[in-house]
Design a binder for this molecule. Sequence first.
Ligand code: PHE
Length: 333
Amino acid sequence: MDHNQSFADYEASALLAIAGALSAGDLEEVRIEYLGKKQGRLKDLQAVLGQVPPDQRPAVGMKFNAIKDRVTSAWESRKEQLAKPKQSESWIDVTLPGSRREIGSRHPLSQTIGEFKGIMARFGFDVEEGPEVEDEWHNFVALNIPDDHPARNPLDNFYLSVASSTNPEARLLRSQTSTVQIRTMEHRPPPVRIVSVGRVYRPDPVDATHHLMFHQMEGLMIGPDVTMSSLKTVLRLFAASYLGEGTVVRFRPSFFPFTEPSVEFDARRGTGWLELGGAGMVDPNVLRACGYDPEQVSGFAFGLGIARFCMMRHGITDIRHFYDNELRFLKQF
Ligand code: PHE
């Protein structure tokens, strides 16, 4: 082979191997292979030199030495480079604390709602949804709330629009989740076992126990022989599941246009009674408005304040905490 070619091959592959060495160990292997005195590629190249005709030998020998010097100095500068610590490594202060990641959590009311749905699902209740913007039929009329009932006072509701010749339907923010009882019975034949959870709106003065927007859970169970005692059993089991065994539930006679008889119910854990909500046997007028036959089916309904339960369990004394979005409060859950 032409000696020029051998010299060029040697130099090119030696420089490549030097540049590719990533550690002192790699580099030492490269040295043995390309610059080793006893054997290796340099020795081979020397043999090539030996075959050159004597008259050309001085010139080719100079070339050989120049290549050897270039490879040697490339090897030396790579060695220096690898010995230097990388700049970024010398910057790391391993004693500095790491950056902490804030872990978020679900809002306490969302957690409570999740638990409520879970408990009611175990009792066989499906979840139904209803809109927050309602018409008067679902919020009042079908619920047996007559025109002159105080609950219909426009100043006690958030009306979004009134009925007019161009707008036949008034719209308001629902004041109770009982609207979903109606929507459910309108699209489902009996038997029915549902709960519905959501926001309701009332223009009440805001204080520690009242807000103008709050969350309710509505329950509805309709079937051939659903009774007041089924209602009490479901509420007692529900309260015991969320607030703990030993929670006692009591009924007090009350009135709602859409239930007859009607009760308000309280729970006691320890010493104090807590008002939880209203309930009763669904009024036959309501069943009829939804196309059910009161001779065939009966049922109970209840509506309870979600925040109240959460407050009782966690000893929270002001409902406004739930809606203030204050991190110090939210981080406790
Ligand atoms: N809707 C009633 C309220 O908001 C509660 C209720 C629900 C009462 C169902 C009876 C039956 O006060």
